[in-house]
Design a protein around this ligand. Structure first.
Ligand SMILES: C[S@@+](CC[C@H](N)C(=O)[O-])C[C@H]1O[C@@H](n2cnc3c(N)ncnc32)[C@H](O)[C@@H]1O
Length: 216
């Protein structure tokens, strides 16, 4: 299986157990701060979300935004997101590949990617960002949030490949084991990745997470 196919099938299998990750008590305060940040940032915006999964952050952004198009490649997670957002107006849940977004250029005023950057191979990041930025109107604000590596709390890094991508071994309830590409960029790597394609770059480092926001 290619790395692409394995990350897709891992999240399809994990769909029903995915949101347990948001129940860890020690992470509650950081998550509360991130939810506030997302809600505040997207007030009144027309938001496009990549890799929305089960819709945890879609639901948060929907509280204040004007409208959201939330996308993911897996029908298994989108089915859960649709149920969660059934009574939320102005929210569209659509199947789409983050690497080939089928949307008109310059359409959205806000962009959200939660826990996706860490799964993008370093060699694909620049291409992904350029494709993603095409869909925003001038002055739009983009937000990425993702995991910091925390010794003793994060799953250990099992290996680093020749491109510098790191991997974890993860288990699911059915007993299956999966090798998952998961990168933990430093603040300077985050800034370097967008330095020639963004203004107003802000990085916030929390204990368990980081947030990057900018105007593409
Ligand atoms: C770590 S989960 C994040 C889910 C959600 N954003 C959240 O934070 O709760 C990563 C998501 O990426 C999705 N995914 C994997 N490959 C993808 C691709 N090529 N295009 C779009 N989504 C993809 C998976 O289905 C999964 O829902």
């Amino acid at each position: 299986m290619t790395m692409d196919a394995s990350i897709v099938s891992y999240y399809a299998k994990r769909a029903a157990e995915y949101e347990r990750i948001y129940d860890r008590p020690e992470r509650r305060e950081d998550l509360r701060r991130l939810r506030e940040f997302v809600e505040r940032t997207f007030a009144g915006a027309h938001v496009f979300e990549v890799a929305c999964g089960t819709g945890y952050w879609t639901e948060v952004a929907a509280r204040s935004s004007a409208a959201i198009v939330a996308t993911d490649i897996n029908e298994e997670v989108l089915a859960i997101a649709r149920l969660k957002l059934i009574n939320t107006r102005r929210t569209m849940i659509v199947r789409a590949d983050a690497y080939a977004l089928p949307f008109r250029p310059q359409r959205f005023t806000g962009g959200l990617c939660a826990f996706w950057w860490s799964h993008v191979p370093k060699s694909r990041l620049n291409r992904f960002l350029r494709g993603f930025h095409r869909i925003f109107s001038p002055g739009a604000r983009v937000v990425f949030i993702d995991n910091a590596y925390v010794e003793g709390s994060s799953a250990p890094i099992s290996r680093t490949d020749e491109h510098g991508d790191t991997y974890q071994m993860r288990g699911l309830d059915d007993g299956s084991r999966h090798e998952v590409l998961k990168n933990f960029p430093t603040e300077s790597e985050l800034r370097a990745a967008v330095h020639d394609m963004a203004t107003e770059v802000r990085v916030e480092l929390l204990q368990y997470y980081w947030a990057l926001s900018y105007v593409p």
